[in-house]
Design a binder for this molecule. Structure first.
Ligand SMILES: *[C@@H]1O[C@H](CO)[C@@H](O)[C@H](O)[C@H]1NC(C)=O
Ligand SMILES: *[C@@H]1O[C@H](CO)[C@@H](O)[C@H](O)[C@H]1NC(C)=O
Ligand SMILES: *[C@@H]1O[C@H](CO)[C@@H](O)[C@H](O)[C@H]1NC(C)=O
Ligand SMILES: *[C@@H]1O[C@H](CO)[C@@H](O)[C@H](O)[C@H]1NC(C)=O
Ligand SMILES: *[C@@H]1O[C@H](CO)[C@@H](O)[C@H](O)[C@H]1NC(C)=O
Length: 247
């Protein structure tokens, strides 16, 4: 499974005194209604699912920066699978990724500024079951009933899902009390969450993307004691605009 080498556990000890694991399917999820999330992208290396992602424009997929080198996309032929539900069917479009833009302040192993934009070789405008999602800001105090979806593993070291799974999650206040970093959103940890292979997928609140799945507690997607961590997209708005508008 191409997913296996994503779990670079020894390398992902956070210098926070906490340990984290990146690239971590959806735990406690249910199968999404087919094509109810037309923005979802399976980012693939040599035809195998590596990370989630989402369409933010006709030409750009947003995902996590650690998907590139740490998950081995740098050594693979990278394609974006658009308009999919089941990854084993052929009912989707595959488009080559032409450029990748990693945030210049992305750091690893403690993933910070974990955001990347992939430019596609073709527009997704006329693709069946595909549509972009708006990105938005989740401010403190806002309604925090959100969801996450992915084709990743359904439990720690479990198998990946071939159909898109989703789960409702709650975004926590005070992410800083769990993880010592800024520009993060914390969610899940009570009912469900993400796991290996879900990285890069969107945290969706009110049909808008507010976060990017980044990392979870080391080696434990099933019963985490700390919430899953997402990149807070709105903290990167000017960088995003610069890249997308420059094209
Ligand atoms: C773009 O679409 C054309 C026509 O469908 C196809 O021949 C070409 O391979 C596609 N390019 C990429 C980069 O996927
Ligand atoms: C998730 O939340 C949505 C909207 O709040 C609700 O309609 C849906 O039934 C929930 N799904 C599950 C599995 O609880
Ligand atoms: C949080 O991170 C900052 C900057 O990296 C560091 O100076 C501080 O000591 C850390 N605090 C804790 C409680 O680990
Ligand atoms: C999944 O549900 C089980 C049983 O309700 C619970 O113990 C576990 O913590 C949940 N996992 C996540 C990631 O929330
Ligand atoms: C996300 O980042 C934006 C912009 O920096 C900030 O205003 C907002 O409060 C952050 N959201 C959370 C929940 O921390």
């Amino acid at each position: 499974m191409a997913l296996v080498h994503l779990l670079l556990l020894p390398a992902v000890l956070l210098p926070l005194g906490h340990s984290a694991s990146v690239n971590v399917g959806i735990v406690n999820g249910t199968e999404a209604n087919p094509h109810s999330r037309p923005y979802m992208v399976s980012v693939q290396g040599n035809g195998e699912h590596v990370c989630g992602g989402f369409l933010v424009s006709d030409l750009f997929v947003m995902t996590a920066a650690h998907c590139w080198k740490e998950s081995g996309l740098d050594k693979a032929e990278v394609t974006a699978v658009i308009g999919a539900h089941g990854l084993k069917s052929n009912d989707f479009e595959r488009i080559a990724v032409k450029e990748h833009h990693i945030h210049p302040e992305f750091h690893y192993p403690a993933p910070s500024n974990d955001i990347m934009l992939l430019k596609l070789g073709n527009s997704t405008e006329n693709i069946k079951n595909a549509a972009k999602i708006s990105i938005s800001k989740l401010s403190k105090g806002m309604d925090r009933s959100c969801s996450v979806a992915g084709w990743g593993r359904i439990k720690t070291k479990g198998t990946a899902s071939s159909v898109l799974l989703e789960t409702n999650i709650t975004v926590y206040e005070n992410c800083e009390t769990y993880w010592n970093d800024t520009n993060l959103l914390c969610a899940g940890g009570d009912k469900g969450g993400f796991c290996q292979g879900d990285s890069g997928g969107p945290l969706v609140c009110d049909d808008k993307a507010v976060g990017i799945a980044s990392f979870t507690e080391k080696d434990n997607c099933d019963n985490p004691t700390k919430p899953n961590v997402y990149t807070n997209i709105s903290a990167f708005m000017s960088w995003i605009e610069k890249i997308i508008e420059h094209q």
